[in-house]
Design a protein around this ligand. Sequence first.
Ligand SMILES: [Zn+2]
Ligand SMILES: [Zn+2]
Length: 276
Amino acid sequence: MMARWGCDRCGFVAWTPDRASMREVTGSHLLAHHSEAVSRSDFRTTWDCPYCATAKTAYDTDDAVEEFKTHLHEHVADRIEEGVHVGERVSWDGTVQVAAPVDSADADALRAHFHDGGDLVIAVTASPERTVRLLHDELEAWPRRTVVVSTEAYPFEKAPDLDFSEIPIEVVELDPRLGPDELGETVSRIIDANRVAGDVISLEVSVFHEIVRSFDLQTACDFVRMLSARLDDDGGVLQLYVDADADPNVSTVLNFLDDEIDLKVAAEDGRFVRRG
Ligand SMILES: [Zn+2]
Ligand SMILES: [Zn+2]
């Protein structure tokens, strides 16, 4: 769980590991809105708070700016919520675009965060071992049920330290010739077979770049729309792990899916921020 703060002047939202680390986020963000409140004249730097009558003057600009950021933070500190999950932003029922290179530590941080909040975790990935390792290393406890779907075989002989008879996990190996439609149907059947009443579903799709590369725009869009519609029945968060900067075709498909995507989120320096 994390601390959350949303700016009431713009759509910016940030989640940090705790309340203390939110101080830098709020201060820097509010300073950007009120940069005109800092001025330098007569060899000294002055800040004049837009929210109250406080004004300060100092010789050292860096010190003055830091003090102003701390001051701005105090104006919003009581609006920081604690014990919050990013999934709550979409009421655990929606589609989230995770904007990060698919194999990056930033993407992993969001995977761990979302899957930590799920009871039934389904991960569609090109690197099943990496996914299992992440869950094993980063989650305090395994979700009630995890199903990893991949066209790659799980390298059981290379990972002998994980005893699959002791963790509630299943690895489904898909025929690489199958298209998005069959992949979607497989995921739907996995939900049917594994979901129990009250489960929160965390569904990760980390193969969207491959889908866009191999199929036409309509097929890629239909895949996301149908998965999202499938989750409408049972609730749950569909996460699309995509790096639009790395592939203009992915960027185009995402534009077509704009109405479908409820939240766009990225990771930066151990915190999560809403994008766009
Ligand atoms: Zn703002
Ligand atoms: Zn003030």
